[in-house]
Design a protein around this ligand. Structure first.
Ligand code: NAD
Ligand code: TDX
Length: 332
């Protein structure tokens, strides 16, 4: 495939780029990324070593730039990771979320339509289903998003499904649960708490700390996404989850234990507005593609926290400047 990976300079997109270059050595991989605060060229250091890798700085909302890249590299597959992704930012400033996550997706679908692209994989999230007290969500469950972020991601999914229904486009949707691993921007729970603990700063735990997420190690998510791209039935939706439901308190204590830091660093703060209580996915459908997660949660958390301990040069610059402005607004 001659693949365009949008949002490939971010956390998951950069791991997926590495996986594709490693496992599909004859393919061309073009990363197309706006390089927002979350996009980081350092995430593509490994990819840059490959002769089959190209980078284009561009915005998925810029129709002409998308078409240019598609034509220049004779793209025949697109995987769309590009999105505004942080729920707290969507609560403070929702507009960019609607633009990139809905309009940007629609612009990519127009490119698929106009240029006879053979496969389009939309990277979505378990958050589009909303919160679930018990049990797991299946792909046929209705969408009930509750934050401006998840509503925008649901809007993107609906565009994809409408383009399938109306124009018969060769689309796929993958809905992943909470990812963690190296190179995740240190505003998300695990990298924020690991890096704060390393700096002996407070860990701001929202509400009662009992909100639950289904955690998946990023390498397991990427192998699932690759299985969907290669073997998924066109028009299909696939949940990709780790099956590791943990409360935020459990995650917090786990990080402190790995780093040998005291529980006194935990600071209970006001709850996130509209905070979803629990996410959990059924992954039976994705497993029919021959995929299953390989990492245990304990191994993956240990590996991840140690990565942040050993890569201060990667995250320290990110926790200054624009980040501090956001952080002050968040906890003012
Ligand atoms: P991230 O915030 O680390 O990276 C997003 C990337 O998209 C950045 O490189 C950024 O520069 C780029 N980008 C943003 N707006 C763009 C635009 N208009 N045009 C081009 N590029 C743009 O995100 P992530 O955590 O790696 O998430 C990637 C995708 O996976 C997103 O679609 C997200 O909704 C989805 N997802 C993430 C998780 C998770 O736990 N992180 C879970 C499920 C689904
Ligand atoms: O400082 C914090 N304190 C805290 O208690 C932060 C940043 C988070 N939390 C809580 C909120 C959530 O219950 O931790 C949980 C996880 O929070 P995030 O890391 O912000 O993730 P979440 O809101 O669950 O969304 C993530 O998973 C699904 C990604 O950011 C999304 O992009 C993805 O779609």
């Amino acid at each position: 495939m001659r693949l365009l990976i949008t949002g490939g300079a971010g956390f998951i997109g950069s791991h997926f780029t590495d996986l594709r270059l490693r496992n599909h050595p004859r393919d061309l991989v073009v990363v197309f990324d706006k390089l927002t605060y979350a996009g980081n060229p350092a995430n593509l250091a490994q990819a840059k070593k490959s002769a089959n890798y190209r980078f284009v700085k561009g915005d998925i909302c810029d129709r002409a730039a998308v078409i240019r890249a598609v034509k220049q590299y004779r793209i025949d597959g697109i995987v769309n990771f590009a999105a505004e992704t942080h729920v707290d930012r969507s609560i403070l400033a929702p507009e960019d979320f609607a633009k990139t996550d809905v309009l940007g997706t629609q612009i990519l679908l127009e490119a698929v339509r106009a240029h006879k692209i053979k496969k389009f994989l939309q990277i979505s999230t378990d958050e589009v289903y909303g919160s679930i007290e018990r049990g797991t969500f299946k792909e046929i469950d209705p969408l009930k998003p509750s934050s401006p972020y998840s509503a925008s991601k649901a809007g993107g999914d609906l565009q994809v499904l409408a383009y399938r229904h109306t124009y018969g486009l060769p689309v796929l949707i993958a809905r992943s649960s909470n990812n963690f691993g190296p190179r995740q921007y240190p505003e998300k729970l695990i990298p924020l708490f690991a890096t704060n603990a390393l700096e002996n700063k407070a860990l701001p735990l929202y509400g009662d700390g009992m909100n639950t997420r289904d955690w998946i190690y990023v390498a397991d998510n990427c192998s699932g996404l690759d299985a969907v791209l290669e073997k998924g039935l066109l028009g299909g939706i696939y949940n990709i989850g780790g099956g590791n439901t943990r409360t935020n308190r459990e995650i917090t204590y786990g990080i402190l234990k790995i780093l040998g830091k005291p529980e006194t660093l935990i600071k209970k703060v006001a709850d996130r507005l509209g905070h979803d209580r629990r996410y959990a996915l059924s992954t039976a459908k994705a497993r029919t593609l021959g995929w299953k997660p390989q990492w245990t949660f304990a191994q993956a958390l240990q590996h991840t926290v140690e990565w942040y301990r050993d890569h201060t040069a990667w995250w320290q610059p990110l926790k200054s400047g624009e980040y501090l402005k956001y952080y002050r607004q968040q906890y003012k």
